[in-house]
Design a protein around this ligand. Structure first.
Ligand code: NAD
Length: 373
């Protein structure tokens, strides 16, 4: 059983899908691990550290030769996988909706593509969930990025020269990233408020010492669909939410938006007119910018200024903390493969629940119902 760890090819991707820690654990399971030279460089992991953990380190062709499992952070280019065994597993964040052509190409090449972001949200799969591990770090980094762009301090400071008032931070979307953003902004001393469409988040916001800002309950609206994800809201709800946000947002210094709906464009939460009501020098960080953006005018990969407000739209925020995000991503992959490791066969064998959820391609075809649907 040979596991190949590739150097990420996507522009701006600094993460790596295995660390010396996980290499050592895979070797402990009896696997042979081969790492492409330089794979960990951007995450501050030297080739020698992989070698010391028991991997062979070499060129891409040697790494891929006869590989049974290819690990990646993002999906590798299907044209660049020559040498891997027929039927080899490609295990990565495959962005199945955004990279559909690539999924088709994995199928035609005979690979079994396993999309880690389709991991079901069930208790036993929590330690395998790349969305959670990466979103958590994104929420943290979003607040630091906001602080770096903000020309004022976060905490209240009483000095001999007078008082600096605390920054007001508003977090929109209280999933994994939003919760970490609230906690981080609180640690920095900001006055924090937050909102979500899922009523269950109210308690979580309060427990972090922040103020919930919620549209009053509307009949029939729970906001929560399958797997704890948000559902698309009615027009009536959206109008009430926009009104509430308008009056609140004008008083905020920092807004962090994190709202996502799986398989659909991100909901628009802040309009140009609402930005115009904010104070000059305020900062908005749009963590959903790559999914279409929560904020009107946000540009992926750029910091733009609109009505004197800075709108931060960094791409691939987890990659901006590459050492930690790689460590957690690599553990997610190890936790997944080791949980299914069949000692007699010396390889992982998936069960139906998780296998059917994450398997995109098999036997030359696309087989995942979310893609066929
Ligand atoms: P997400 O990244 O899909 O979305 C971020 C947040 O945006 C969510 O809280 C969502 O409700 C919110 N949102 C969507 N539309 C909105 C709108 N119009 N206005 C305001 N907010 C909006 O969410 P996530 O971080 O993946 O977490 C969703 C839930 O799933 C959380 O409760 C989380 O704890 C849970 N979860 C469970 C598991 C597990 O059991 N294995 C793993 C991860 C997350």
């Amino acid at each position: 059983m040979k596991i190949a760890v590739l150097k990420e090819a996507a522009a701006g991707e600094r993460r790596v899908s295995a660390t010396p820690e996980t290499v050592k654990k895979f070797v402990g399971l009896g696997a042979e691990v081969s790492v492409e030279a330089g794979a960990g460089a951007d995450a501050s992991i030297a080739d020698q550290a992989y070698a010391d953990a028991g991997a062979t380190v070499g060129a891409r062709t040697a790494t891929l030769k006869d590989a049974d499992i290819v690990l990646g952070v993002q999906g590798p280019d299907p044209a660049n996988l020559a040498g891997a065994k027929p039927g080899a597993w490609i295990v990565a964040g495959l962005n199945p909706f955004g990279e559909r052509a690539r999924v088709d190409a994995y199928a035609s090449a005979g690979f079994e593509a396993l999309a880690m972001e389709f991991m079901p949200r069930i208790t036993r799969a929590q330690s395998m969930d790349i969305l959670s591990s990466q979103s958590n770090l994104s929420g943290y980094k979003a607040v630091l990025d906001a602080a770096a762009e903000y020309g004022r301090a976060f905490p209240m400071m009483m000095t001999a020269a007078g008082t600096v008032s605390a920054a007001k931070v508003f977090v929109m979307g209280v999933g994994v990233a939003g919760l970490q953003a609230i906690a981080t902004a609180r640690r920095l001393g900001a006055q924090v408020s937050a909102t979500d469409v899922r009523a269950a988040t109210k308690e979580q916001i309060l427990s972090l010492g922040a103020k919930p800002i919620f549209v009053e309950a509307m009949k029939g609206i729970e906001g929560e669909g399958t797997g704890g994800y948000a559902t698309e809201m009615s027009d009536e709800y959206k109008a009430a939410q926009a009104e509430l946000v308008s009056s609140h947002i004008a008083k905020q210094d920092i807004v962090i938006t994190t709202a996502l709906i799986p398989g659909r464009p991100a909901p628009r939460l802040i309009s140009d007119a609402q930005i115009a009501t904010m104070k000059p020098g305020s900062v908005i960080v749009d963590l959903a910018v790559e999914a279409g953006g929560n904020v009107e005018g946000a540009v992926a990969g750029e910091i733009v200024t609109i009505h004197g407000v800075k709108i931060v739209g960094h791409r691939n925020v987890p990659s901006r903390l590459a050492a930690d995000s790689s460590a957690l991503f690599a553990r997610n992959l190890f936790n997944f493969l080791s949980a299914f490791w069949d000692k007699e066969q010396g390889k992982p064998v998936l069960d139906e629940e998780i296998g059917n959820a994450i398997r995109l391609t098999q036997g030359g075809k696309v087989v995942n119902e979310r893609l066929l649907g």
